[in-house]
Design a protein around this ligand. Sequence first.
Ligand code: MSP
Length: 714
Amino acid sequence: MSQSTNQTMSKFYLTTPLYYPNARPHVGSAYTTIVCDVIARYKRMCGYDVAYLTGTDEHGEKLQRAAEAAGIAPADFVAEKRKLFIDLWKKLGIDYSHFVYTDQPEHVKSVQRLIRLAQKNESIYKSHYQGRYCVHDERYVSDGTDPADCDICGRPAELINEQNYFFKLSAFQDRLLDLYDKRPDFVQPDYRMNEVKSFVKGGLRDISISRRRLKWGIPWPDDPEEVVYVWYDALAGYMTGIGYAEGESGSAEFHKLWPADLHMIGKDILRFHAVYWPAFLMAAELPLPQTVFAHGWIYYEQDKMSKSKGNVVYPEPIVDALDSFGAPGNDALRYYLLRDTPFGQDASFSYDGLIQRYNSDLANDLGNLVSRTLTMMVQYFEGTVPSPSTLTTGDDDVRNLAERAADEFNGCFRHYWFPQGLDAVWTLIAKLNQYLVENQPWVLAKDPHKRDRLATVLWITGESVRFAAALLYPVIPKAAMKVWRHLGLGGSPADMTDVRIQLVWGGLEPGAKVGKPEAIFPRLDKAVTLAKLNELAEADRKGHPAPTEKEKTSVETPSGEKPATSEPAEAQPVAAPVATPEWQGSTGFQPVKEETARMAVPQTASKISIEDFAKVEMRVGEIISAEPIPKATKLLKLQVDIGTEVRQVCAGIAEHYQPEQLVGMKVVLVTNLQPRKLRGVESNGMIVAASVGDDGRPVLVTFKEDVPKGARLR
Ligand code: MSP
């Protein structure tokens, strides 16, 4: 069955972020690792020689303090926590090839080498840093002595006065902009590239890349009083893990694999990867990665997961609960995360959603199809694959659809459009279920003259299921493998070296012995499963006590910071309280203050009369265009048709809605507000949105029924 094109295999090197091992990984942190596992498996099937690196980012003040709070030496603390990551990846079946941790001895050499190269090229200088630092929020409050108090928590901020090494980031502005212009795929999705570009165009300032007060880090080359800024240290981990520290300039493997083809990251750490990292590499004259892809966040209960908020979901009890009902827990979780998250955007995780998606797609659509097909092969053909004969147009249609599904799936997965790729497979699955209903093999089976037709119908179905199993392998590897085996196929879908080429119609072998039609995807009873999920999650919580108050403070999220810091980005990015674009993260730049144009309801609003309410005119409008506003990362400029006219409105929703997602949406517009200018753009009305969670995520009000434009809300 192997028809692999035996050309030299291209390499594909992909990485997850290196996780802070200050807390155990939750579903949010597992998300990137799962996505990368799917990509790694898919790329291997496409014939790439794949290297997949993950690991832990173990230095910095947060970890030092977390270790102090736990009363353990930092090295022991991180080693213990690192294990939690390794154990979880094992449980989730993550098939990575390289694991790096920044406390490993070679990493010192790697980082120091990178710094020496930048020094040689005069990209580093020593200077004095003075600024206020808020220990509670782990952020620099100002570059000078004022203000003295933290503007977020109000606590007095410490005055930091030290000699630091600075990286000449400002000198790289033009080269970075040139990079973005010449390689538009460098940052994906493209709307993130626009954010990065406008950020860099806004001007770059040099950054401090060492810390004097901190002990837990990589010693600065020839100046052991200083340790290297934790992000400089961590990013270099992508190279340490593949042998950069070896020899004069890295091992043979390093030269084969570098530069990375894909750094998959969450949107909160985009600046470090799309601005700092290429600048650090340029300074060392090293090749730049191909693509940095920033995905969205996984929310839980309408809020970003955060250990300190107590709304974290862990993967282990989910997998165990589903496994306990005979369902493939890992596959179900992977499928749900990929299928229900428009890749790149934020998504909400819920147990309900997981069960529903599992039942409808895996148990009903795919599971029923597989078990019906196998059952009939067992019943009517003594458990063997029947042999097809004369084909009808209907049979050819199925074949065409299967081939089209493979093409579409590839077209989508190549661009990391996971839900769309999966949709293509489900179109095929739906068609097959319909094909069975139309051809009624159970009726054909009653007539001995129709045996050939029966055989053909079942073979066509089985062959198409083979297509589906192969395509789904990267996402649901265990279940796909089971289906594969049950169809009497040898090897594994993973052995295929090119998804499209291998999926040549006709691979299902007549006469092959099929497996017993056991339920690969048993249906889950919602109430019973929910109870089990909650029970196991509760037991899991008890087995992993929440951090003490002291530990909490030491791992709590910092916020938007000033340029010259050497702090790590937030340990739990999911808890950032400030209104900065998430990717501007914690280190570096002040949040740009933007007025938001959405309606917020004060918690303590006093009562108003109906007459007062009647003063507010709200109408239904249809968004006919939406576009970003340059240099205003939170705002979108919308044209809203309210029936009698088209209104231009600026809305502070850019971080949560993509422009293309909004066009055609019916929304509620407050139409009798005084027009005002936001960032120099006139806004004539206000879109009504719910403000959800601590960070006030806007959720636009819309309608389930079709409502005419201009209709008044009363
Ligand atoms: N240590 C740095 C990365 C250094 S890479 C050289 C770091 N670590 S982290 O543990 O705080 O976050 C790691 C990744 O997990 C980030 O990409 C972050 O976006 C991701 N996630 C953490 N919580 C998440 C969700 N709730 N949802 C999706 N991804 C989330 O940053």
